[in-house]
Design a protein around this ligand. Structure first.
Ligand SMILES: [Zn+2]
Length: 293
């Protein structure tokens, strides 16, 4: 990486702050961004300001323990989590943390983004696991991040948000964009009721292409018999849901279902539809409500 001046890094943080705010990845003063400076120092966003409304002079310079070296403002309390990433990953130059709503919805639901469905995501991030819940701004959260960050460039944080790491500020930011975009697509596919997974062989092929695109793999794919990652055994590989062979349908196509289970998306007038008692009650209640209003 070409050496960037501190001035240009400050400008990059301001620009990325604008983007995370404009894209709705944060509300109010949420989120934080940091980048390594030379001499074992960090440049980070301050606490208590909207990321959409920063100026270059607002940034704080700290050491690698988070102690302030320069700047008028206070470093973000979530800096602990960034420090953990830098400690675990000497290759990482920048970290972005935000609360993008769809990805955070997955983090709240406890659903990791680890299914092989998009070639782009398999190639760049691989899988996006969920780090266990830790109270924001406490070492608990840094501990949870430590479990996954060696083997992943992007994490969901349970009941909180997402974290990405990269070789420079924009690389970390674009991974945040990719996570939210992936989450939106995954949600849409699940609402549509089908999610076709790429095969394990295709995943291996895609990861093999990384060299061609100059993408550094965060970690290899875990073998099936690998024990799950935990506080005492940080992940050294990625769990990716990809079935061996020709691919798997998590939700079968209608044609594969027994006739009784098929329900047309738009029923014909004379098609029998089946409702549960609860669905029927809800429909009647809704009808009564609209009559009254
Ligand atoms: Zn946060």
């Amino acid at each position: 990486m070409a050496e960037r001046t501190e001035e240009s890094l400050r400008a990059d943080i301001v620009e990325i702050g604008r983007r995370v705010h404009a894209r709705g990845f944060v509300a109010s003063n949420d989120g934080n961004i940091s980048v390594r400076l030379d001499g074992g120092r960090l440049l980070a966003t301050p606490t208590g300001v909207s990321k959409g409304d920063m100026t270059p002079d607002m940034m704080v310079v700290t050491d690698m323990d988070g102690r302030k070296l320069a700047g008028e403002r206070t470093p973000s309390t979530e800096l602990l989590m960034h420090l953990e990433v830098y400690r675990s990953r000497p290759d990482v130059q920048a970290v972005v943390h935000a609360h993008p709503p769809v990805a955070t919805g997955f983090a709240v639901a406890g659903v990791p983004l680890d299914r092989a469905v998009l070639a782009e995501v398999v190639t760049t991030l691989g899988s996006i696991p969920i780090a266990a819940y830790g109270t924001p701004s406490t070492p608990e959260l840094a501990d949870a991040v430590r479990v996954y960050i060696r083997a992943h460039d992007g994490l969901l944080l349970a009941n909180h948000g997402a974290l990405t790491a990269g070789k420079d500020l924009f690389a970390a930011y674009y991974k945040m964009e990719t996570i939210e975009h992936f989450a939106r697509i995954s949600l849409t596919a699940r609402l549509l009721g089908r999610e076709h997974l790429l095969s394990r062989e295709e995943v291996a092929r895609l990861q093999g292409l990384r060299g061609t695109y100059g993408i550094k793999a965060p970690a290899p794919i875990c073998a099936d018999d690998m024990p799950p990652a935990g506080p005492d055994s940080p992940a050294s590989c990625q769990v990716i849901q990809a079935p061996p062979g020709g691919g798997l349908r998590l939700v079968p196509d209608a044609a594969d279902l027994p006739p009784a289970a098929r329900r047309p998306a738009v029923p014909d007038d004379d098609t029998e539809i089946r409702l549960t008692y609860r669905e029927l009650t809800a429909l009647i209640e809704e009808a009564v409500r609209s009559l009254k209003s």
